[in-house]
Design a protein around this ligand. Sequence first.
Ligand SMILES: [Zn+2]
Ligand SMILES: [Zn+2]
Length: 202
Amino acid sequence: MSGSRPPVQESPGDRPTTIDVSRLHRQPGSLLDLSFEFPAPGELHVAMARVPEGSPIEMDVSVESVVEGIWVSGTADVDVEAECSRCLDSVEWTQMVPIEQMFRYPATDARGALIEEPQDDDEETPEVVVDTIDLHGPLRDAVVLSLPLAPLCSPDCQGICPTCGERVEVDGAPHDHPVSDPRWSALEQLLTGSPPQMPEER
Ligand SMILES: [Zn+2]
Ligand SMILES: [Zn+2]
């Protein structure tokens, strides 16, 4: 036993993507540059590509106070696992996903009370909630949009041979099949030096 750690004080709903913006004091122009890393949530995927749950996501963002709210811009580096859509080989890479998101301050009346606003626009702008913003949704949307719907192991992947189901190699010998005509098979065997296969006698 190496001594027990004190329990982590984490209120429900706390996420690693949550940023405290109280230090910006709602002063337009004030800025935070943040770099942080956290394990990927489990919902970053499309049909043939995914960011594995728990893999490290590295975020570099600048968090800027503007008049209407908080403007976030930066990047997330994510690991991607995918299957090539032509040959089904697995492929892995790391990609940089740009993130840009406005968080607006909730509308208040003259006395500072929150005004319930009807959500009329289909493009919902997330709000600054008690001096915090949560990048979870913007990150998820940006990552999912950046994942390829038809990943390729290489741009010139030739895919799978329709005749034998093997992968057609990109370089090396051309992938050919002798026409399987029984009249030629004896000659083929002579040419390749292998003895003709006789039916086994019983
Ligand atoms: Zn491929
Ligand atoms: Zn083939």
